[in-house]
Design a protein around this ligand. Structure first.
Ligand code: PLP
Length: 394
């Protein structure tokens, strides 16, 4: 039967990582794959996660099943982390899922189950897995303009005018913060306007929040979700703990639904449980148990928030450092967008030829669309990247 299959297109990010590993140059620079790295280039286990794991190992007495929707202590803690007090608890439900990717998949299947003909609106550009998941689930999608290549900021007027065409039954997928791949983000005013538009047009917002705490701070990065939650009757959120708890391979995420009534919320939760059951049956426990412990233990939570904050500040320092270095070398403020962007990524706007020359001639690896991972830099990396960018005429 397998002869009928077609070879899928190679995953560009994984192919880039393989090419980077095979490159013998000592001063090569990896700005590709989206994992946070420290000044030494390491993706370390956070102190609070290590401590929670130690306590779990000592205290855990069983490995029996939890539930298709996971651990309720985790679900409640995640709802608090993301929604704060912005929505009534009796209309909110959550299901633990294997990573933000699992949460997205679960919620897309929930949309398909509830509204088979729904159109999901995606930002152009977006994280490529959004399209992949929607295709696999069988939902149709359209795109809305998002990024202005000239200013490297959000083209909000174009975005708004496209979304004015979305209507009841449609779903609009938004990046909660730290937009991947562009790094350009919506302001609170934009979020308020989208909330009003959602109420007016009747579409359902669906927020993918994978970098809470990497942008302007833990609370600030959840503002978009909270502004929407305070006014729309229903919305969906897929949250990932991969980056902000650095538990990438443990697969920790949470699917959340705000429903118009407590009864509708129960229906959403029951259907999330059913969908989890037929997909992965139960989510993995370990990483989510560590996250729940951290969020519910004041001491661990404070330490986690402090370490996350130091990661965020490192990325901000790198951003301003790179923008300053390019301004000093070129006498132009055309690179200041790097300091305005937030999160791990910035879309540089370099041509495919420049991206290739950066890789081949300079050992600087970035995604083909010219997305760079800021966290892949350090002081020496800023110099290397600045020189290489200028050498390719960027
Ligand atoms: N959403 C966005 C925008 C992402 O960039 C990512 C990871 O790169 C995810 C969701 C899902 O992450 P994970 O499934 O690893 O938790």
């Amino acid at each position: 039967m397998f002869e009928t299959l077609q070879t899928p297109p190679p995953d560009k990010i994984l192919a880039l990582s393989a090419a980077f590993r095979a490159d013998p140059r000592a001063d090569k620079l990896d700005l590709g794959v989206g994992v946070y790295k420290d000044e030494a280039g390491a993706t370390v286990i956070l102190r609070a996660v290590k401590e929670a794991e130690r306590r779990l190992l000592a205290a855990q007495s069983t490995k029996t099943y939890v539930a298709p929707t996971g651990d309720e202590a985790f679900n409640a803690a995640m709802l608090g982390l993301v929604f704060g007090d912005a929505a009534p608890k009796d209309r909110l439900r959550a299901a633990q899922a294997p990573g933000g990717g699992g949460a997205l998949r679960l919620l897309c299947e929930l949309i398909h189950r509830a509204e088979r003909g729904a159109t999901v609106w995606l930002s152009d550009p977006t994280w490529p897995n959004h399209q992949g998941i929607l295709r696999q689930v069988g939902l149709q999608f359209r795109t809305y303009p998002y990024f202005d290549p000239a200013t490297r900021d959000v083209d909000y007027d174009a975005m708004r005018s496209a979304l004015s065409e979305a209507g009841p039954g449609d779903v609009v997928l938004l990046h909660g913060c730290c937009h991947n791949p562009t790094g350009a983000n919506l302001t609170p005013e934009h979020w308020r306007d989208i909330a009003a538009l959602a109420v007016d047009r009747g579409f359902t917002p669906f927020v993918d929040i994978a970098y809470q705490g990497f942008g302007d701070g833990l609370e600030e990065d959840a503002q978009g979700v909270r502004i929407l939650a305070a006014s729309v009757p229903e919305m969906l959120v897929a949250a990932s703990c991969s980056k902000n708890f650095a538990v990438y391979r443990e697969r920790v995420g949470c699917a959340m639904a705000l429903a118009a009534s407590p009864e509708a919320a129960d229906l959403a939760k029951a259907n999330m449980g059913l969908l989890a059951r037929v997909n992965w049956s139960m989510p993995p426990d370990h990483g989510a148990a560590a996250v729940a412990m951290i969020l519910n233990d004041p001491e661990l939570r404070t330490d986690w928030a402090a370490e996350l904050e130091s990661m965020r500040l490192r990325m901000l320092t790198l951003r301003t450092g790179l923008a300053d270095a390019l301004r000093a070398r070129t006498n132009s403020d055309g690179y200041d967008f790097l300091a305005r962007h937030r999160g791990m990524f910035s879309l540089l706007g370099a041509t495919p030829e420049q991206v290739e020359t950066l890789r081949e001639a300079h050992g600087v690896y970035m995604i083909g669309d010219s997305r760079i991972n800021i966290a892949g830099l350090n002081a020496a990396g800023i110099d290397r990247l600045t020189q290489a960018l200028i050498a390719v005429g960027f």
